[in-house]
Ligand binder design. Sequence first.
Ligand SMILES: [Zn+2]
Length: 275
Amino acid sequence: MTDEILKRLTLINMFFFSNKRVLVFILFVSICIILGACSSSSSDDTDDPVGLLWDYGSGSLGPSNWASLSVDFALCGSGTQQSPIDILDDRIDDAPAWQFNWGASTLKMINDGRNIHVLYNPGSSIVDSGVAFELKSFHIHVSSEHYYQGNPFDGEIHFVHESAAGNFAVVAVWITEGTEHKDLPIILANMPIVDNETFDDPSTFVRARDFLPESGDYFRYDGSLSEPPCTESVTWVVLRQSIELSTNQLQFFENVLGENIRPLQPLNGRVVVQQ
Ligand SMILES: [Zn+2]
């Protein structure tokens, strides 16, 4: 057993000792250690629910090879408006206002082997220039995918929206390590930690707005989905102010998710606007 694994188990024990789900997670990790099969994103993972294998690793299924894994993933290599990017302050202008209409949702989650998606009930949306984009789901990356002036944050939440015409808009919230987030425990306590596991409880609720910062200032640019198929014409709204999660909350996601970051993509002349 390596020092790193011991450190992770100790951290989890310190913070979540009384949590039943995390005790199950500790048992899961322990069994993995015994079997020598801990990585949920390894290249020999064959239970991909979307049917097309890719991962975030440095191997043959990783980001540098996504475009060659399927003709449907071609834009991951040939696209010119890809995400994530490094947001630089010298590329600014005035951005149009957005309108948030986010309500509550019953708590539904799925672990797809690469990330844990919180699936949102219909009825929550953002509106841009009269077009409504419905909030479909949100998930977390540790650390951040988007950088600010050359530096990553400790994490990033992506709120994925889709319009009736099938266009995407993603609201991104940066995370810095700090105080414990009071609205996260309900997610952590029920989080599906095994590939393809789901959670669905109509009596438990989550509010996406609880994970927004106080300030509504944001950057906006035209990008892509930051995972295969890397679809372009995605509107990105990256909020300028970050929210805080505690060290242990971030560590829990890192332990469950492992590496889930796509490297920075070239701007190719795109302009980032801000409000
Ligand atoms: Zn994402």
